[in-house]
Design a protein around this ligand. Structure first.
Ligand code: NDP
Length: 528
């Protein structure tokens, strides 16, 4: 089974079901010229869209939402077949958050992007006022990965459209059909032509999009994917001084303190590590448990893991499906093998499952791990839960922060104040207390990382602000009074500027009022 593109003879990519190896459909392999044309069409369509009211844009998004609701099961099955994940997971982790986000941004973008007045302090007493308005960027290029092929691009498409932009979406070559379904839904919702262009293909197609540049109308690239590709995208965009948002990988730690509810923490750990077959950027990739509760916690984790059902998700109700591609499965095997070579112990799982046709790996629990192992340093992106112990809170924080990544983290404790205090010490874009993974599903909260997990944000108001250009509009209502700092620089001017430095910059109205005689003198000096 191969997921590679056929180029250039057939000019198509083939999408396979990773759970069975069967072909499920084909999509065009768009050339760089076609990518450029797609950006051109989007650019041409965008101004009319930006001139619509938020209510009119919301109407289309809500129409699309209705179509998704009417086709929940069909869409869930498509996602399941293209990724290998259980349809239940496609529903809970992709479709439900997508519907919620569509509703939220359709209803609230107008408020979130309302022009806002800025308090400019004492300049306000001089008849001035300032306001920031938010203008669409034009065309947003969205490049998305295969692990959440519906939820990740859909959220960005909705936010970009609601902010008045057009979109060119490049999905992963492994999941083009799911992206094409997003396109079809919006088309049926009567989104005007050109506003959502989908370019399918491989990495070269993505590279072609980053090469288009702002002069051809592209305002920003929203990239979600690996650190290595993220760096390539940033370098390509930098050539055009094109801004980017990079949502990259993670090596997300979970810390279980001695006062945590162990049963909940154990269940959270296995869901956090094995949902989506461990292929979530926010997956629990490292678990640190206080040594005093480690034995009990590990017993619970192993027991819960053994109870999970794994099979072809299309045929049975299963908990853990297939991995989405063989390369990722090989990385998992390499990490486990490296860890075993350095003294790690596999408590359950540990192997590729050959009983099914596709790319399956057993949910795996590993102990005796340390930070010399790839399993604790590099993103594994598979169903593996390595568990290590710690003695003190400081040690736990040190271990959590000993990573090039900083996407999410979680702390488990019965003491919320302690949890919050420790959360603030962790280097990550999101830290959850007594929760794992799921905040990407909250439309209102920002999502993004620090360190090599990327920069910029998506979701929430901060995410929306990435998709607009803030413009400052400053008004002087007293244009007939020349500013004190304009020409000419007489001796009187020098004295006034010294006084400004001493009094005006204190921010005190009383101090500034003492400047009035000098100001009047300066005004008269220039009037004469
Ligand atoms: P990749 O970086 O391999 O690919 C991401 C996207 O970039 C794909 O559409 C890919 O196309 C495209 N691409 C490949 N080469 C280029 C290029 N030179 N220029 C522009 N685009 C290119 O990531 P994966 O698809 O393997 O996704 C897994 C990664 O995504 C993990 O590291 C995961 O942590 C991260 N991720 C991060 C999230 C976050 O929110 N921070 C969320 C989800 C995943 P193609 O597939 O066709 O090659």
């Amino acid at each position: 089974m191969s997921t590679r593109t056929l180029r250039p003879e057939t000019a198509e990519i083939i999408s396979y079901n990773p759970a069975t190896g069967e072909e499920i459909g084909r999509a065009p392999l768009n050339t760089p010229e076609e990518v450029r044309s797609a950006v051109g069409r989007a650019r041409a369509a965008q101004p009319a869209w930006a001139s619509l009211s938020f209510r009119d844009r919301a109407h289309i998004v809500l129409q699309a939402r209705k179509i998704v609701l009417a086709e929940l099961d069909e869409i869930g099955k498509l996602i399941s077949r293209e990724t290998g994940k259980p349809a239940a997971e496609a529903l809970s982790m992709e479709i439900v958050p997508g519907l919620d986000l569509m509703h939220y941004f359709a209803r609230h973008t107008a408020r979130l992007l309302q022009p806002n007045r800025i308090d400019i302090g004492q300049y306000g007493f001089m008849g001035r006022s300032s306001q920031v308005i938010y203008k669409p960027l034009g065309v947003i290029g969205i490049i998305s990965p295969w692990n959440f092929p519906w939820a990740t691009p859909l959220a960005e498409v909705v936010m970009a459209l609601m902010a008045g932009n057009a979109v060119v979406l490049k999905p992963s070559e492994l999941t083009p059909l799911t992206a094409m379904k997003i396109g079809e839904v919006f088309q049926r919702a009567q989104l005007p032509k050109g506003l959502l262009e989908i370019v399918t293909g491989d990495g070269a197609t993505g590279a072609a999009l980053t090469d288009v540049g702002p002069e051809a109308g592209l305002g920003k690239i929203m990239f979600t994917g690996s650190v290595a590709t993220g760096k390539r995208v940033a370098a390509a965009a930098a050539k055009h001084l094109m801004p980017t948002v990079l949502e990259l990988g993670g090596k997300d730690p979970m810390i279980v303190l001695e006062d945590a509810n162990l049963q909940s923490a154990a269940r959270a750990a296995i869901w956090g590590a094995f949902c989506n077959a461990g292929q979530a950027c926010a997956s629990v990739e490292r678990c640190y448990v206080h040594e005093s509760i480690a034995t009990r916690f590990i017993e619970l984790v192993v027991k819960e893991t053994l109870a999970l059902k794994q099979d072809n998700p299309a045929e049975k109700e299963v908990d853990v499906g297939a991995m989405s591609n063989e390369r990722q499965l090989q990385i998992v095997e390499e990490h486990i093998s490296d860890a075993l070579g350095r003294g790690a112990r596999v408590l359950t799982g540990g192997k590729r499952l050959k009983t099914f046709g596709g790319w399956f790996h057993e949910p795996t629990v590993v102990t005796n791990v340390d930070h010399s192992m790839d399993l604790m340093r590099d993103e594994t992106f598979g169903p593996v839960l390595p568990i290590m112990t710690f003695k003190t809170d400081d040690e736990a924080i040190k271990l959590a922060n000993d990573s090039i990544y900083g996407l999410t983290a979680s702390i488990w404790t019965g003491n919320i104040a302690r949890g919050r205090r420790l959360a603030e010490q962790i280097e990550a874009g999101t830290v959850m207390v007594n929760e794992v993974v799921y905040t990407h599903a909250i439309a209102q909260t920002p999502w993004g990382g620090v360190k090599q997990s990327g920069y910029g944000r998506t979701h929430g108001r901060l995410g929306l602000l990435e998709l607009v250009s803030p413009q400052h509009i400053h008004v002087n209502r007293l244009p007939f009074v020349p500013d004190a700092w304009w020409f000419r620089y007489s001796t009187g001017a020098g004295l006034l500027f010294r006084s400004l430095a001493k009094r005006f910059t204190t921010g005190s109205i009383l101090q500034s009022s003492l400047l009035l005689p000098q100001m009047i003198k300066r005004w008269r000096e220039r009037r004469d």
